[in-house]
Write a protein that binds this ligand. Structure first.
Ligand code: SAM
Length: 290
């Protein structure tokens, strides 16, 4: 076990970040990926998959709040929610904070991520794992969406790894075609699209792909300190118009009714609205609006 050494993230060959490690807690080669969890000197506990930072206790609230509260409150009446990936449990926890959610199905391919997150990152999923509304399935998201019935979900949240390895299928035509089919009429899907300063292709290519299956495609931003490179983008694709421009007062009223207002550390109604106002260097990668 490493003590007081540095861990370098391997996301980019030419640029990166490093963490001072106080203690390595777990290192497991699962059937899908290399999973490492360590105690950092700066960000609390950190989980890496194949050398890429997935989550830190210090800043997970930014990513998880924006990946969850934005789509649920943009929809406004979501009852059935599908989460794909997100094995740490943080999205599941935030989804279940919404009073109106009746059922949250989470499909994570790697049971080892779930097991290790429960053991070493227990605060991230909290009690969500035992919530009677939660259905946690260990399986491939692409298979799940293929088999799910039409119009079964109001919101789909994809919290995947980048489009390499096991996560690649979640960025394909087949995935988005089925996602559109299993969403209800006012439904929408969000997914992480990387940091556009460094991974513009990811935003551009997946936005074009989503536009083949959804009439309303956009993106919003969140500044996650450990996803280095400035804003990260969260892709947004909806069946109904206007869900990316819901007025602040409507969002506030929905958040109050949902039991979310005042309980967040990054998301607010104003942050929600302004997250869709994209800097030109990001907006230029989205398909032109018709
Ligand atoms: N928040 C992180 C980020 O953006 O870097 C990602 C969270 S991480 C927990 C993503 C999860 O997606 C991993 O646990 C991985 O096992 C899972 N995953 C990757 N491909 C998947 C697939 N095809 N089906 C379901 N889960 C998948």
């Amino acid at each position: 076990m490493a003590t007081d050494s540095w861990i370098n993230e391997t996301l980019y060959a030419e640029w990166g970040q490093r963490f001072l490690v106080k203690r390595e807690l777990a290192r497991v080669q699962s059937d899908f990926q290399d999973i490492a969890i360590f105690e950092s000197a700066s960000h609390g506990r950190v989980m890496l998959l194949d050398g890429v930072v997935q989550i830190t206790e210090g800043d997970e609230f930014v990513y998880q709040e924006m990946l969850t509260h934005v789509p649920l409150l943009a929809h406004g009446a979501a009852k059935n929610v599908l989460i794909i990936g997100a094995g740490d449990g943080g999205v599941l926890k935030r989804v279940l904070q919404h009073r109106g959610v009746a059922r949250a199905v989470m499909v994570e391919i790697d049971g080892e991520v779930i097991r290790l997150a429960k053991e070493f990152l227990p605060g991230i999923g909290g009690d969500a794992w035992n919530d009677p509304r939660a259905e946690v399935i260990v399986g491939d998201g692409i298979d799940y969406v293929k088999r799910a019935p039409d119009a079964a979900f109001d919101v789909i949240i994809v919290d995947s790894t980048d489009p390499i390895g096991v996560g690649e299928v979640l960025f394909t035509d087949e995935f988005y075609a089925n996602a559109a089919r299993i969403l209800s009429a006012g439904g929408l899907i969000v997914n992480q699209c990387g940091v556009p300063f460094m991974q513009a292709d990811e935003l551009r290519d997946t936005s074009l792909r989503r536009a083949r299956f959804f009439p309303h495609v956009g993106a919003y931003v969140a500044a996650v300190p450990t996803y280095v490179g400035g804003f990260m983008t969260l892709g947004f694709a909806a069946k109904a118009p206007g869900l990316d421009a819901v007025p602040v007062e409507t969002i506030r009223a929905r958040a109050e009714a949902a039991g979310i207002l005042g309980g967040t550390s990054y998301w607010t109604p104003e942050v929600h609205w302004s997250a869709f106002q994209l800097p030109p260097y990001i907006a230029k990668h989205l398909p032109a609006r018709g």
